[in-house]
Design a protein around this ligand. Structure first.
Ligand code: FES
Length: 161
């Protein structure tokens, strides 16, 4: 979806949003789950998504953008259909994590978070993914893939739809 294309929650997501509001004492606390809900629907958090959430929640757009820019897993730019997090923190780096990250960017001819030309994949380097015992590791969407090397990582990503 483009930056300006009008956005609104689907009826089931709007119902889920209203359910979120019952879980928190104040509206600010519901912002993060609401942004995840919007990103799940739209793929990323465009200006029109921010405008919609701003109106829906009665929060200033600038406040919402501040939150988006703070969190690595909220995207203010279009991303690929599959998100790949490659750990480049200390344990994974000792086992080649940084080289795997740069090797993947080179192989898929892309840059940090930039979708591949076919729109399939965005690759993002991350701090510790909390799976150091599997170093070096990456997360492909919601699945952890551990003890990788560049070739096995490439093969895994080539399988993605
Ligand atoms: S350092 Fe990579 S998962 Fe912890």
């Amino acid at each position: 979806m483009s930056q300006t294309e009008k956005f609104e929650f689907t009826p089931d997501r709007l119902a889920l949003y209203k359910e979120y509001l019952t879980r928190y004492d104040d509206i600010d606390s519901a912002l993060l789950p609401t942004l995840h809900l919007a990103q799940e629907q739209n793929g990323w958090l465009s200006d029109s998504v921010v405008a919609y959430i701003s109106e829906l929640m009665g929060l200033p757009s600038i406040r919402i953008k501040e939150v988006i820019s703070f969190y690595d897993m909220l995207y203010d730019q279009p991303v690929g259909r599959n998100i790949v997090h490659v750990c480049t923190n200390i344990t994974c780096s000792m086992f080649g994590g940084r080289e795997i990250y740069s090797g993947l960017l080179k192989h898929f001819e892309t840059g940090y978070l930039t979708p591949t030309r076919d729109g399939r994949i965005s690759i993002q380097k991350m701090e510790c993914l909390g799976a150091c015992e599997q170093a070096p590791c990456m997360r492909v969407n919601n699945d952890y893939v551990g003890n990788i090397d560049l070739q096995s990582a490439i093969s895994k990503l080539e399988e993605l739809p």
